[in-house]
Write a protein that binds this ligand. Sequence first.
Ligand code: IPM
Ligand code: MG
Length: 368
Amino acid sequence: MANPSLLILAGDGIGPEVMDEVKKIITWFDAQGIVSFDVSEGLVGGCSYDAHGTPLTDETMARALEADAVLLGAVGGPKYDKLDFSVKPERGLLRLRKEMDLFSNLRPAQCFDALADFSSLKREVVAGLDIVIVRELTSGVYFGEPRGIFVEGNERVGINTQRYTESEIARVARSAFELARKRSNKVCSMEKANVMESGILWREVVQEIHDKEYPDVALTHMYADNGAMQLCRWPKQFDVIVTDNLFGDILSDMAAMLTGSLGMLPSASLGLPMENGRPKALYEPVHGSAPDITGMGKANPIACILSFAMALRYSFSLGDEASRVEKAVEKVLADGVRTADLMGPEGGSPVSTGQMGDAIIAAMQASL
Ligand code: IPM
Ligand code: MG
């Protein structure tokens, strides 16, 4: 049988640096005879714009649709801030999400015990935290029409449209309920049904899917602003949160910070199954391209490495190997290995991106 294929789109800023550490792990799995991937690479974001005048070429888009899984680093940077909106680096990522139809974005926020004191919240609030935000990723205000900047009378008006169809809500709700059944059987759905019709429909459809198909799962609803407050106040009340594209964007950054560092959080964006039964899937760290530390060897590769672990679990049914990676991360953190973003106010000597990757591989080796 052919090896499973991986398309690596390292992107901009620290993307290539953190992806180098994932490549080391891929090489390690190959050398151990555990799993071998056919790896190919492509450009996305600013680097693609520099080379081809577009943040994503049709050719790369087609390869992404073919691949068994796509791994993405990060896109964007100040160099591209002045570009026309239609060719901004982020458009490349949004096109991938839309054309691959990756409607279900899983963003786990897990607080590693070794980092509990590092959160801006008190240890007891975050220690042991393990929640997943399921963010709808291909619709809502990110894609709704009409959109644009128009002239009305003697002034400009900026328009975006929040739009959700029943079927879009239903499918992301199902993915959240399915996930909940593998966890603590608990889902909290967040919207603004108090001010938005799309929120009213969201709440109704989530409730209907629950009542018809997942009555065993405990479902609650919350307004998204209250949800933000509750995430700060007592995040351990949640297990799976399901929410729309924009609220999910905001709430997942906040959940990320509960864990101590944005540099820790992976994500999986999943779509419908392909012919070979694997879901269309893209894996990427939640953090951005971090232009301020690009090229300095300071970036934390853990979010990207944990994203690869999610690929092992969700695309390749290698849950045990995913756990091996995750446990290795936990081990090095417990051993006090820290990149610069994980240094507390008292300081210390941080390791480089490459040293963190090497430490994780050493821990994986020791686990054999
Ligand atoms: C994210 C990012 C993206 C988003 C940007 C880079 C387009 O913030 O993945 O959370 O807004 O979805
Ligand atoms: Mg975001």
